[in-house]
Design a binder for this molecule. Structure first.
Ligand code: NAP
Length: 290
């Protein structure tokens, strides 16, 4: 697979699963743009990836993708067309937090950032471009249009808002795939599978659902051994970003085995999709023109 004429942007490409995704794409020869919040970490990740893969075309960008100003600045910086956008950044907070824009942080990271960044880059995405949105947790529960930003109820450490926003991401992505179909841009969702990363290293035993708490310390102890190889969870994003097998696939949800999965019922609920879409438009000020 020769990807030397492709430019691929990976948010959260400076650490965790995103860095392994960037590594996989760099090995395939693409020009890879990685994004993280810290300039030093971003530069050293780019140097490490270039050194390890022998691909010098790794560029580091600094932006907080939970900030709309950050997204606007980021979208303006890379040169040339963007062939692939991997919306990989995730967030997990113990209590309800809001961003500088006043948006609930997990909604901002998981739903608003992929929505806004795709719209901001759309003019530079040629037909055949791909958007890969990374879901996680236990997605598929009900979408509550009145509580998308946990404004009524926040159940953070039981993963509820994390799962809720990842399900909302899937609903947004399903609609985005429909909207961008005429433009020739493919939009798919991937579930990477578990990886022992900075995000879940920060999760305490209290974050586990009650039934799992007795075994949680053991799970945390074994996690580096069982889930330390981050190339494994990165495989599904690399596949969706680069494989010719899925060049024409859009509007599909892929599991960690890189096979299509059925969309959860809640994602197919038109009312929920409308609510998520309308909120993204309102908060970001971005509108689909295609
Ligand atoms: N880990 C798992 O077991 C697992 C399982 C299923 C799904 N997922 C999903 O897979 C994705 C990657 O997960 P991960 O565990 O690798 O996450 P992670 O460890 O939190 O990822 C860290 C990367 O994201 C960057 N980052 C974090 N917040 C950012 C922000 N606001 N703006 C820009 N960059 C930001 C970090 O860079 P800086 O710190 O330098 O900013 C770093 O590059 C997430 O969407 C997650 O929900 C993960």
């Amino acid at each position: 697979m020769d990807l030397s004429n492709r430019t691929m942007l990976v948010t959260g490409g400076t650490g965790g699963i995103g860095k392994e995704t960037a590594r996989g794409l760099a090995r395939l020869g693409a020009r890879v743009l990685i994004v993280g919040r810290d300039p030093g970490r971003a530069r050293s990740a780019a140097a490490e990836l270039a050194d390890d893969t022998g691909n010098p075309r790794i560029e580091a960008f600094t932006a907080d993708v939970t900030s709309l100003a950050g997204l606007h600045a980021l979208a303006a910086r890379p040169t040339g067309p963007i062939d692939v956008l991997v919306n990989n950044v995730g967030a997990m907070t113990a209590r309800r937090e809001t961003t500088a824009d006043g948006v609930e942080r997990m909604f901002a990271a998981h739903v608003l950032a992929p929505f806004a960044l795709t719209h901001l880059l759309l003019d530079r995405m040629p037909p055949g471009a791909r958007v890969v949105n990374v879901t996680g947790g236990i997605p598929g529960g009900p979408i509550d249009p009145a509580n998308l930003q946990a404004e009524r109820r926040f159940l953070g450490w039981t993963f509820s808002q994390y799962n809720h926003t990842k399900t909302a991401l899937m609903a947004m992505s399903h609609r985005l795939a429909e909207r961008l179909r005429p433009h020739g841009v493919r939009v798919n969702v991937v579930y990477p599978g578990h990886g022992h990363t900075p995000m879940n290293r920060a999760v305490t035993v209290r974050a586990f659902p009650y039934a799992y708490r007795p075994v949680a310390p053991l799970v945390k102890l074994l996690a580096p051994v069982l889930f330390g190889d981050l190339a494994r969870p990165a495989r599904s994003s690399v596949h969706l970003a680069a494989s010719p097998e899925v060049a024409d696939t859009t509007g599909t949800y892929f599991g960690q085995d890189r096979r299509p999965r059925s969309w959860p019922e809640s994602v197919l609920d038109e009312r929920a999709r409308d609510a998520v879409w309308a909120l993204c438009e309102r908060l970001s000020g971005c509108r689909s023109t295609v």
